[in-house]
Design a protein around this ligand. Structure first.
Ligand code: 4AD
Ligand code: MG
Length: 470
């Protein structure tokens, strides 16, 4: 008999028909007259109830079926008497694929997420992680659909690279050199390395993405990125996925519109396509989740120049607000500042713009003196970061400096090794054009959409300092 997925069996109203479902036991309740087995196969958050007459199954076998066991069940689909489900199965035959001994780490309900992280290979089978990873899949689909429908080409940028896009120097090196020998010799000859030069895992596909955008018009990347920063926070991973659209002929206004429209599309997609999982998370994890998602859809994002943001923060401090870190003009904002602006002051998402040049990457377009944004001529850049409730920075973006001379000035004043950058500079040398783009941290989007609190719980196998098991 062909297997029916639980998601389809629960929707089916063909009562009286025999079906076959397969899945893992979520719970097993016994009484004298009847056993109830809740079965889940990952196709939906909902379980199908299997009603077993104990007289029809070998007593030992029935007893051995505990939470986590894997079964194949044949039975009659009947209308459910219970609340909240349409159909259930009157069991005729059970085949046990795999029993689940009592030391199964996911046996008990209500374990902490910290506990479950130690069992990243098994936590996937719990309700919460099932919901999170079905939503994660749906968000990936939404991203491709959004860009495809808006005329962007999916552009694959390299994972192994010789350039440091963000210039922050926190890259993981890639080498085939024998490190033990290198340590003894004392100096490294990279001409003998696999690529003949020093290479690392990429921190961002942007620079190569700009090559794509200045040829194809509009591209997006969507792939893994790596940062060897020792940030042990609920918002940072060493390996995370980034979505990076890059568009020719886009200015700052257009970029902000794209950021807002794109995020709203993704949030709306979740509300339309992940309803059961969202309702589960709203009930079990975060009672404000669905209201917050709807709130984002219904609010216009604030456009806030950095200088104005600093003014608001200092006004708050003058009125008694306490922050751990300082926020003078020129400081990089800490997440407490970002969250104050978003959650307390404006109560909606904020796109912060026109930051001091010194705290942003070399490639951002320098504001003209008369822009009026900075109060300090030529000292601000057209960055456009999106700040979200609960999350802080979810998008980092900017208009790119298209002037060869200005870009060169930044490369030189920041001591960025030029020999690695000629291919990038050629975009400014040959037919340079205004262009802009951004990077969305995929896991930060998933955090927002699921209401989960820790970024380690929205990627199946998180990589963080001192942790790369599985
Ligand atoms: O702001 P970032 O560093 O920007 C860039 O890398 C640009 N090159 C993007 C571009 O313009 N094409 O990173 C972009 C986003 C951040 O806003 C954040 O959401 C996420 O990537 N991000 C991280 N997510 C998880 N763990 C980390 N360690 C992250 N670092 C950045
Ligand atoms: Mg950033």
């Amino acid at each position: 008999m062909k297997r029916t997925k639980v998601v389809d069996a629960l929707k089916c109203t063909d009562f009286g028909k025999d079906i076959n479902v397969k899945g893992w036991v979520r719970s097993h309740r016994s009484s004298k007259a009847v056993d109830f087995i809740a079965l889940n196969d990952g196709s939906t958050i909902n379980n199908i109830q299997v009603v077993v007459d104990p007289a029809t199954v070998d007593a030992e076998t029935l007893k051995s079926i505990t939470t986590g066991a894997c079964l194949s069940v044949v039975g009659t689909l009947v209308e459910s008497q219970g609340k909240g489900q349409t159909s259930e199965i009157q069991c005729k035959e059970i085949e046990v694929y795999g029993l689940c001994p009592a030391d199964y780490p996911m046996q008990k309900k209500g374990q902490s997420f910290e506990y479950m992280r130690k069992y990243a290979h098994l936590r996937l089978r719990t309700n919460t992680f099932g919901a999170v990873f079905r939503i994660r899949h749906n968000m990936a689909i939404a991203i491709h659909k959004y860009f495809h429908d808006h005329g962007f080409y999916y552009f694959h940028t390299p994972i192994v690279t010789a350039s440091d896009c963000e210039g922050a120097g926190n890259m993981f090196q890639v080498t085939t050199l024998d490190l033990d020998r290198v340590a003894k010799v004392g100096e490294v000859d990279y001409s003998k390395d696999f690529f003949g030069t020093k290479t690392s895992l990429t921190v961002s596909g942007q620079l190569e993405g700009e090559l794509g955008a200045t040829a194809l018009g509009a591209i997006y990347t969507f792939g893994p990125t790596f940062r060897a920063e020792n940030s042990n926070t609920p918002r940072h991973l060493a390996e995370f996925w980034m979505v990076e659209p890059e568009v020719a002929f886009l200015d700052q206004e257009g970029l902000m519109d794209l950021e807002e429209d794109f995020i709203k599309y993704c949030v709306n997609w979740a509300l339309d396509n992940c309803r059961d999982d969202l309702e589960f998370l709203n009930k079990m994890i975060d009672k404000g989740l669905i209201a917050r998602l709807e709130g984002v859809l219904n609010s216009d994002f604030v456009h806030l120049p950095y200088t104005e943001g600093i003014r608001i923060l200092q006004e708050a401090i003058a009125n008694g607000k306490k922050f751990e870190f300082p926020c003078e003009w020129g400081d990089d904002l800490a997440s407490e500042h970002e969250r104050f602006l978003v959650e307390e002051h404006f109560k909606r998402p904020v796109i912060m713009t026109n930051y001091p040049k010194a705290i942003k990457a070399f490639y951002m377009k320098i504001d003209e003196e008369e822009s009026g944004f900075g109060g300090k001529s030529g000292q601000t850049v057209q960055g456009t970061d999106v700040l979200f409730p609960q999350i802080g920075e979810i998008i980092g973006g900017s208009v790119r400096e298209e002037s060869y001379d200005k870009l060169m000035g930044e490369i030189e004043s920041r001591n960025i090794p030029m020999k690695d950058m000629t291919w990038y500079l050629d975009t400014r040398k040959y037919g340079s054009c205004p262009h802009a783009g951004f990077g969305l941290g995929f896991e930060r989007l998933i955090l927002f959409v699921t209401g989960m609190q820790n970024i380690r719980d929205v990627i199946p196998f998180p990589r963080t300092p001192k942790n790369a098991e599985f």
